[in-house]
Design a protein around this ligand. Structure first.
Ligand SMILES: C[S@@+](CC[C@H](N)C(=O)[O-])C[C@H]1O[C@@H](n2cnc3c(N)ncnc32)[C@H](O)[C@@H]1O
Length: 222
């Protein structure tokens, strides 16, 4: 019988070892699919803009958090153009170091670079309009994902949003031994979100991605 604590420690440390060896580039962030970055960002922009603005119930644009930010691919092209301040959190220090130059002049509007696993990270209560969590939930165990989402709920402002954008499997949980992650099906993701006490406000599938990769879904939660 496997020792669960031991397995969990390895699940995280193997992922950290994997990412430490990956080049701090857009291609590195996207597992060789750097070419889809623009389609991804444009899809995200259209999705997010539905919620942002000034009126009743609209989400503000003061501060966003990029979770599993890597070198800041999303911060640079999606979040910094829409929010006054952006914080980044990632477990790989080398990526955050790279972000400082990759983000260019606009890096001056970054509030904090937090080097932490999301399983340990406690975002500041009430600080964020939007918490963006893309291509990283598969690196958290079910219970850590639920607990992290609960902390995110406390960290958003009134009318704030938590966005999950990630791969979804056709059915069940598909492990990836190479980067030490899992890919969950949509029903499982939805049920973890519900367990965290969050409601799905809107959901879309990203279109125009290559046929051979997982489907990617975006969920807006609060
Ligand atoms: C596939 S990349 C995605 C980067 C970025 N979200 C993007 O879309 O460009 C996954 C990122 O998650 C980070 N990561 C892996 N496990 C993590 C964890 N437990 N907590 C926080 N970040 C993690 C890696 O260092 C890497 O930067």
């Amino acid at each position: 019988m496997g020792d669960i604590k031991h397995d969990e420690t390895n699940f995280y440390s193997n992922a950290e070892d994997y990412w430490r060896e990956i080049p701090a580039t857009v291609d590195g962030m996207l597992g060789g699919y750097g070419s889809i970055s623009s389609i991804d960002i444009n899809g995200s922009k259209t999705f997010l803009k539905k919620f942002l603005g000034e009126g009743e119930g609209k989400t503000g644009t003061s501060c966003a958090l990029d979770c599993g930010a890597g070198i800041g691919r999303i911060t640079k092209r999606l979040l910094l153009p829409l929010f006054t301040t952006v914080d980044l959190v990632d477990v790989t220090q080398e990526f955050l170091d790279k972000a400082k130059s990759y983000l260019g002049e606009e890096a001056k509007r970054v509030g904090h670079y937090f080097c932490s696993g999301l399983q340990d990270f406690v975002p500041e209560a009430g600080r964020y309009d939007v918490i963006w969590i893309q291509w990283v939930i598969g690196h958290l165990t079910d219970s850590h994902l639920v607990e992290f989402l609960r902390r995110c709920q406390k960290a958003i402002k009134p009318n704030g949003l938590i966005i999950i954008k990630d791969n979804v499997s056709y059915e069940g949980v598909v492990p990836d031994e190479v980067d030490s992650s899992v890919c969950r099906d949509l029903a499982i993701v939805r049920s973890l979100v519900a367990t965290a006490g969050l409601r799905i406000i809107h959901e879309e599938q990203q279109v125009d991605f290559p046929k051979e990769i997982y489907q990617v879904h975006t969920l807006a939660l609060r």
